[in-house]
Structures are given as structure tokens and as C-alpha cells.
Unconditional design. Structure first.
Length: 69
């Protein structure tokens, strides 16, 4: 898997769930070896909802460069 931020190598890691204390609950996630970005299921869900809003879709369309033939 590659990082969406820097295209670096992502490695699988597990982090302790602080809310549940030391009950042995771990959260599976990915960490980039280059930039240190951490991605888990909650982060992916937030990115997905942000990327699909109408204002964001409109903003992306407006940023596309015009094609001149």
C-alpha cells in the first residue's frame, strides 16, 4: 500500500485503544515510513465523507485546468 500524502511505503501497525484502557484492545492501522501519516478505519471514514461533499466536488471541478486543443 502507498501513502496518499507522499506515495511512500505504508506498513501495518496496531495501536492500543486508550478509551478502553489496558484491556488488550488494539486498533489495526497503517503508518507511512516516509512522512509518518497514520490511517485507520475512522480516518478513512472521515476522508470519505469529506471527499464526497458537494462543495468539495465543485471545488475539484473548478481546479481542473482547461484543456486547450
Amino acid at each position: 500500500m502507498t501513502c496518499h500524502r507522499c506515495n511512500g511505503l505504508m506498513v501495518r501497525e496496531r495501536y492500543d485503544d486508550i478509551e478502553l484502557g489496558s484491556a488488550g484492545h488494539e486498533i489495526p492501522s497503517w503508518r507511512c515510513l516516509n512522512c509518518g501519516a497514520i490511517v485507520d478505519a475512522v480516518i478513512l471514514a472521515h476522508h470519505y465523507t469529506y471527499d464526497t461533499t458537494e462543495s468539495d466536488l465543485l471545488r475539484r471541478r473548478l481546479k481542473k485546468p482547461a484543456v486547450v486543443v
